[in-house]
Write a protein that binds this ligand. Structure first.
Ligand code: AHM
Ligand code: MG
Length: 342
């Protein structure tokens, strides 16, 4: 009997993978690796809370509104506490921007070299109905000198400056997907061992796809370019897939090909999604996987942020589909300019 078949290897843990990657950079100090491990630890705790949310009284509304004016769920608050505590205790991060906090958060770790922007629990209005939800994070190196609190300039760097970004999807299984700018790797959580294992090495997103994801309930306020692109998707017999939980919609399209759109609408004239902790991290990941992300004209990662919680329209996914959407928007712009000069 082949002994290996009796006890198959369990695979590469996230911790070991992070350590190996660090060895590729001879001068790396290990701080970023530690920071990623802190995030993974908080993700495991949040995963535990989400899994038991139907059993104890932590589902449902918290009774507060966050800085965006949205109803906070109890699990939003719990996830926010968990991630901030992990980052504070880890010591590598001086300053945090969180979707759940109006102001930037100083961790007290003034020697910390990194800044984190995080949406601790995205799509949390889906918790009560057991739909997949996620955490999205983005990591920057601070630009201000260490030894003092991080500044708003540290927090307001364009997405091209990200040193790492990732998301956790709490779904039919829980996964952590991240990039440090050298490809994208996905890890699946094994609850009985309490570890993330490498399950999706070097993720490449298909160049094109047949899925479009947009909230068509807002179709009446789509601009002509967005409306024309959606019509194009229909005439090409694409499938419409919209969970209404960004990480889940993004993750599916990343693996299978497709485009996710949150455009400007009458209700959300700048789009709904936040640049710093929703669009930029996913844009970094999608580009690293061979895809594309833009606000319709500009590459998402090149948008110069002005405020921590600013929103932007987003067209993200397979490269060809994002380029097609951009072409429809360019036609819209040309038509508007022609009318203006007529
Ligand atoms: P949240 O950060 O308050 O959870 O909102 C973001 C969510 C995304 O997960 C999702 O893609 C989008 O809002 C859905 O918005 P809509 O219901 O307008 O389609
Ligand atoms: Mg969110």
């Amino acid at each position: 009997m082949d002994h290996n078949k009796l006890a198959l290897p369990v695979g590469t843990t996230l911790d070991r993978f992070i350590m190996r990657k660090q060895e590729d950079f001879p001068y790396a100090t290990g701080e970023l690796s530690q920071l990623l491990r802190d995030i993974a630890l908080a993700a495991k705790i949040v995963n535990r809370e989400i899994n038991r949310s139907g059993l104890i009284d932590i589902a449902g509304a918290y009774g507060n509104r966050n800085v965006q004016g949205e109803d906070q769920q109890k699990l939003d608050v719990i996830a926010n506490i968990r991630f901030i505590r992990a980052l504070r205790n880890g010591g590598e991060v001086c300053t945090i921007i969180s979707e759940e906090d109006a102001d930037i958060i100083q961790t007290g770790n003034n020697q910390g070299k990194y800044v984190v922007a995080i949406d601790p629990l995205d799509g949390s209005s889906n918790i009560d109905v057991n739909v997949s939800i996620g955490t999205i994070f983005s990591i920057y190196r601070r630009i201000s000198p260490t030894g003092r609190e991080g500044s708003s300039a540290d927090c307001l760097q364009p997405g091209t400056h990200q040193v790492a970004a990732g998301y956790v999807i709490y779904g039919s299984s829980t996964m952590l997907v991240y990039t440090t700018g050298n490809g994208v790797n996905g890890f699946t959580y094994e609850p009985s061992l309490g570890e993330f294992f490498l399950s999706h090495p070097d993720i490449q997103t298909p160049k094109t796809g047949k899925v479009y994801s947009i909230n068509e309930g807002s179709a009446e306020s789509f601009s002509p370019g967005v409306a024309a692109f959606v019509q194009h998707c229909k005439s090409e017999k694409f499938s419409a897939r919209y969970i209404g939980s960004l990480v889940a919609d993004f993750h599916r399209n990343l693996l299978k090909g497709g485009i996710y759109i949150y455009p400007a609408t009458a209700k959300d004239p700048s789009g709904k999604l936040r640049l710093m902790y929703e669009c930029n991290p996913l844009a970094f990941i999608v580009e690293q996987a061979g895809g594309k992300s833009s606000n319709g004209q500009l590459r998402t990662l090149e948008i110069e942020p002005k405020t921590c919680h600013e929103r932007c329209p987003v067209f993200i996914g397979s490269k060809e589909l994002v380029e097609q959407a951009e072409a429809f928007l360019a036609q819209e712009k040309e038509a508007a300019e022609a009318t203006a000069t007529a």
